[in-house]
Design a binder for this molecule. Structure first.
Ligand code: FAD
Length: 382
């Protein structure tokens, strides 16, 4: 049986998050964008309310939220600012490999850290020479007694400067590609870990993005998350679980663009009438509504698949690709609806346009999503 109605609990969650976004995020989002400063006080308040890492199971101190509830929450935070939302939800990206592959001790220690105090964790896969081609990472690991020695540099890592621990992918031999990759949990204060430069970005400027270096870092064997040959699969399984959340961020941004555009179109007059009465403006806004609804359905379906425990790569990539591409188009069109004002920083839509672009890049570009989609579709036929 199909049911598109939210439960009373889900409606309450949406209401609570929406209120938080309206009162705490929207008023400071513009300033955080200008200063590149992530609002730690807002993060702490969100953490107190259980909005950070909400899918961590109750036995490790989390809220044990299902994925459908999680994407509802993310959409609301993203409505306020996708930069702040990205940094708030990055703990989920870091926690997911542990949820998938961690043993009980690793879960207790590292998920417990995230639920016992408002701290950050980061997921470090990308390197200067290996982004889309994740199997091409050059960071190395070698066994030394019961420990592992990790060397390498990870770039563009969300919350790298703030994180208390990192999920780090490294290889026993770069020439082995997929089959050489391992995954580790590495503490920020381990000797040899250093955070490099924080990036100056086009959009999502409130979110910290930085390089993190591992220089002969000794990692205890207890911190191995994926053995040789299993790290790449873990990285991809993680994305299957987290891409719907990028789609949810896109939903929030699209809805913001739509609402801002409707309000402006009703207010702004040209040729003696509100621009809302011009059919070409109506068409732009109608298209935003279509994109919002379609993205939301894909996001909810892919999140529902996670909650059912089934395979979701295909729909996760649909939701990520369609959501990101839609958010970009909606943001561009929102600027168009605002005309010259849309280009000015005192109006909210130019920020949406800058923020939307990264949705098409991180956690697999729109091109990489299409590769995943095609692979799944052809596999279904063969
Ligand atoms: C703000 C921000 C935050 C990020 N956060 C994180 C994080 O927390 N953790 C992390 O590990 N990484 C993170 N990343 C990195 C991000 O995931 C990568 O930038 C992304 O995967 C693309 O890799 P790349 O930049 O190396 O681009 P490239 O791989 O060099 O791609 C360049 C272009 O070529 C296209 N392309 C590449 N290969 C193919 C192909 N086979 N077919 C068709 N087109 C192709 C791409 O789609 C893209 O258009 C972040 C990046 C940014 C900018």
């Amino acid at each position: 049986m199909l049911n598109f109605e939210l439960s009373p609990e889900q409606k309450a969650l949406v209401d609570e998050t929406r209120r938080f976004t309206r009162e705490k995020i929207i008023p400071i989002a513009g300033e955080a964008d200008k200063t590149h400063e992530f609002p730690l006080d807002v993060f702490k308040e969100a953490w107190e309310l259980g909005f950070v890492g909400p899918n961590i199971p109750e036995e490790y101190g989390g809220a044990g939220m299902g994925e459908v509830d999680h994407v509802l929450l993310t959409e609301e935070l993203a409505f306020g600012c996708t930069g702040i939302q990205t940094s708030m939800t990055a703990n989920v990206l870091a926690a997911t490999p542990i949820l998938i592959a961690g043993n009980d001790a690793q879960k207790k220690k590292y998920l417990g850290l995230l639920t016992s105090e408002p701290v950050f964790a980061a997921y470090a896969l990308t390197e200067p020479a290996a982004g889309s081609d994740a199997a091409g990472i050059q960071a190395t690991c070698r066994k030394d007694g019961n420990d592992w020695i990790v060397n390498g540099s990870k770039c563009f890592i969300t919350n790298a400067a703030w994180a208390s621990w990192y999920i780090v992918f490294a290889t026993v031999d770069p020439s082995l590609r997929h089959s050489g990759i391992m995954a580790f949990v590495i503490d920020r204060d381990a000797q040899g870990v250093s955070v490099g430069k924080t990036e100056d970005k086009l959009g999502q400027r409130a979110s910290n993005t930085a390089t993190v270096n591992f220089d002969d870092v000794r990692v205890p064997g207890d911190n191995v998350l994926a053995e040789e040959g299993h790290g790449f699969k873990l990285a991809m399984q993680t994305f299957d679980r987290t891409r719907p959340d990028i789609g949810a961020g896109a939903c929030g941004l699209i809805r913001r663009g739509l609402e801002e555009s409707i309000a402006y179109a009703l207010e702004r007059k040209t040729f003696g009438v509100p621009i809302a009465e011009h059919q070409m403006v109506q068409a732009l806004i109608a298209e935003m509504g279509i994109k919002y609804e379609a993205t939301r359905l894909l996001v909810h379906k892919s999140a529902w698949q996670i909650d059912q425990g089934g395979r979701n790569s295909l729909v996760a990539s649909y939701s990520k690709a369609f959501g990101a591409d839609s958010a970009m188009q909606v943001a561009i069109d929102a600027v168009q609806v605002f005309g010259g004002n849309g280009y000015m920083t005192e109006y909210p839509v130019e920020k949406l346009m800058r923020d939307a672009k990264i949705l098409q890049i991180y956690e697999g570009t729109s091109q990489i999503q299409r590769m995943v989609i095609a692979k799944n579709l052809f596999a279904g036929v063969r």
